[in-house]
Design a protein around this ligand. Structure first.
Ligand code: 13P
Ligand code: SF4
Length: 313
């Protein structure tokens, strides 16, 4: 009984916060962009939901004055770089990406010295400074196309070794792969997947390439977050084991309310993505803080890498 009342109260509070957000959005001419890994209530209030690629594209083309970026820090930075005249707010500055922190400028420069002919491809999950040292960015949605677009047979790939391993299977180019990884996706094991397949024998396993190579190998479908969402929506299959971050369930259920989705393990939750909440969105819009800052010099160099990625067809 007390629990039910608490749930009701929370729902009421969320409704109040959502109303306040709508009001503030109008006053500030703001748009809310939310990654698919955000809490459900944030995705509900967003003007646009997407994966890293779609959100970067949206940030680059919006005519709003203010972008509230609900995701992690490198995503807000990418939005700022692509829309430098806009104010980019994040609900909480502490929402970072451990994988992005696994590569730094000094380490990358050293590797470039060792392989002077190689072109650098940086996953969008990198800092603005690393992007500025990079020839072109990519996301999990376009990584294979990006690699193929490059006029070099040698590629330095940072920072995700799992995505790097996946991409390397689609190219004859020599790939020098950094040793980074996503703590969340990397947690899923072959044992977890086998257990789920045994429990749900009719389900297809859909998996993000940030997972370990031996897990990715088991996928009935391998793709970016948007790729997984699209595949599940269009497939005739009615039941799926989902090998990507838990928040994706929101869009999967919206698109296919009659299909069944089982998260591959309860550990597939990115704590950084969940740091944001509605209260922090309200506060950001009220105070216009915290804002993302990128120095003009870094932004200019990093923008080239992002824009080259956006131009790849
Ligand atoms: P995508 O948004 O490209 O699917 O990447 C997943 C991710 O981990 C984002 O941080
Ligand atoms: Fe970074 Fe992984 Fe979280 Fe994405 S899911 S923000 S890659 S830690």
């Amino acid at each position: 009984m007390i629990e039910a009342l608490a749930v009701e109260r929370k729902a009421e509070q969320n409704e109040e916060l959502k109303e306040r957000i709508q009001q503030l959005k109008k006053e500030r001419n703001a748009i809310i962009l939310a990654h698919y890994y955000q809490r459900d209530e944030i995705q509900e209030v967003a003007d646009f939901r997407g994966d890293s690629f779609l959100l970067a594209q949206k940030a680059a083309t919006t005519d709003a004055d203010v972008i509230v970026f609900c995701g992690v820090h490198f995503m807000g930075e990418s939005a700022k770089i692509l829309a430098y005249d806009k104010t980019v707010l994040v609900p909480d500055e502490r929402a970072g990406c451990p994988m992005a922190d696994m590569v730094n400028v000094d380490g990358l420069r050293e590797l470039k010295k060792k392989h002077p002919k190689a072109k650098v491809v940086a996953y969008i999950n990198t800092s603005a400074e690393v992007k500025a040292e990079t020839d072109i960015c990519c996301t999990s949605a376009n990584s294979i196309k990006v690699i193929e677009s490059i006029d070099s047979d040698e590629i330095i790939w940072v920072p995700d070794k799992n995505l790097g391993d996946y991409v390397s299977k689609f190219t004859s180019k020599k790939m020098i792969i950094w040793e980074g990884y996503c703590n969340t996706h990397d947690m899923l094991t072959v044992k977890d997947v086998y257990e789920m397949k045994e429990k749900y024998p009719n389900a297809q396993f859909v998996v993000h390439p940030e997972c370990r190579p031996d897990v990715v190998k088991l996928g009935d479908f391998v793709g970016s977050t948007t790729g997984i969402i699209k595949y599940c929506r269009e497939s005739d299959c009615q039941e799926f084991i989902v090998g990507t971050e838990d928040g994706t369930g929101y869009q999967l259920r919206m698109d296919s309310p009659h299909k069944t989705f089982h998260m591959a393990t309860k550990y597939l939750v990115c704590p950084n993505m969940k740091v944001n909440n509605l209260k922090k969105v309200v506060r950001a819009l009220e105070t216009m803080q915290p804002q993302i800052y990128v120095s003009p010099q870094v932004a200019e160099k990093a923008r080239g890498s992002l824009e080259r990625m956006l131009a790849v067809k």
